[in-house]
Design a binder for this molecule. Structure first.
Ligand code: ADP
Ligand code: MG
Length: 246
């Protein structure tokens, strides 16, 4: 088991309001959350509960109205555009429901792109890109464009891309949302395996209950607030009635 002591994400009293004309939508109403390194955390809740908004706050894709987000003890609201771009390129890998691959690029080019941004030389980026595509089971698909791949294969490319710069954190927003049940299960199993092998923290916003089984903790949110945080390991002990190993 990976060490789980360091706090890698700290969300402190985050609120987020959107104004639409005269209407103000309070998408997050004061969220506090701490996530440890190498944890697998699912953020679960009904549609419209604020999962994607929280995802965007943690990933530095949007700014809180109030409150703070710390990544590795850095207050990301204090970063300038260059520093934020660096953090998003090196520290966090992103996975989206709609895969968000670049359509005119091959699978391999999609995976090497974040490394190119990070200044990795082309030969090293190619080598690592191939290794990552092999790892997600896409041998022989290096030169395929997204339109030539199935949804599950596209999400595998996105996972390889998310791992390109060896991030500390992978953020996934409904990673199985556009996939059929069995393909979704494959993606969940892959995320779990990679989280262990790469020692990466996974934070997944989802309403896919299949994600529960692989999660260390589940953050249930409702109407912009954390309703309950469930420790799945504590649950194993109480439900199984057998002492599980620490
Ligand atoms: P979830 O991902 O859990 O389905 P979201 O975080 O997308 O929920 O949305 C939470 C609430 O915030 C919803 O009421 C949604 O309509 C609103 N919302 C989200 N993004 C925006 C936006 N850019 N502008 C206006 N309202 C938004
Ligand atoms: Mg969402």
């Amino acid at each position: 088991m990976a060490e789980k002591s360091r706090t890698i994400v700290r969300v402190i009293n985050v609120t987020k309001s959107f104004r639409m004309g005269n209407l103000e939508v309070e998408a997050l109403k004061g969220v506090d959350l701490e996530i440890n390194s190498s944890e697998y955390v699912s953020i679960m809740g009904p549609s419209g509960s604020g999962k994607s908004t929280l995802f965007n706050m943690i990933g530095g894709l949007d700014k809180p109205t109030n409150g703070k987000v710390f990544i590795d003890e850095v207050d990301i609201s204090q970063l300038d555009a260059f520093e934020l771009a660096w953090l998003r390129n090196r520290k966090i890998g992103y996975i989206f429901q709609t895969f968000n691959l670049i359509p005119v690029m091959t699978a391999l080019e999609n995976v090497t792109l974040p490394m190119t941004f990070a200044g990795v030389n082309s030969a090293d980026a190619q080598e690592k890109g191939i290794a990552l595509l092999d790892e997600v089971g896409l041998q022989k698909r290096y030169q395929h464009r997204p339109s030539e791949l199935s949804g599950g294969q596209q999400q595998r490319v996105a996972i390889a891309r998310a791992l390109a710069n060896s991030p500390a954190i992978i953020l996934a927003d409904e990673p199985t949302g556009n996939l059929d049940t069995s393909t979704g299960e494959e993606i969940i199993a892959m995320l779990e395996k990679l989280s262990v092998e790469h020692g990466v923290t996974i934070i997944s916003a989802t309403h896919d209950h299949k994600m529960l089984a692989v999660s260390d903790r589940v953050v249930w949110i409702r109407d912009g607030k954390v309703e309950r945080i469930e420790d799945r390991h504590a649950l194993d002990i109480s439900v199984g009635g057998i002492q599980s190993q620490a």
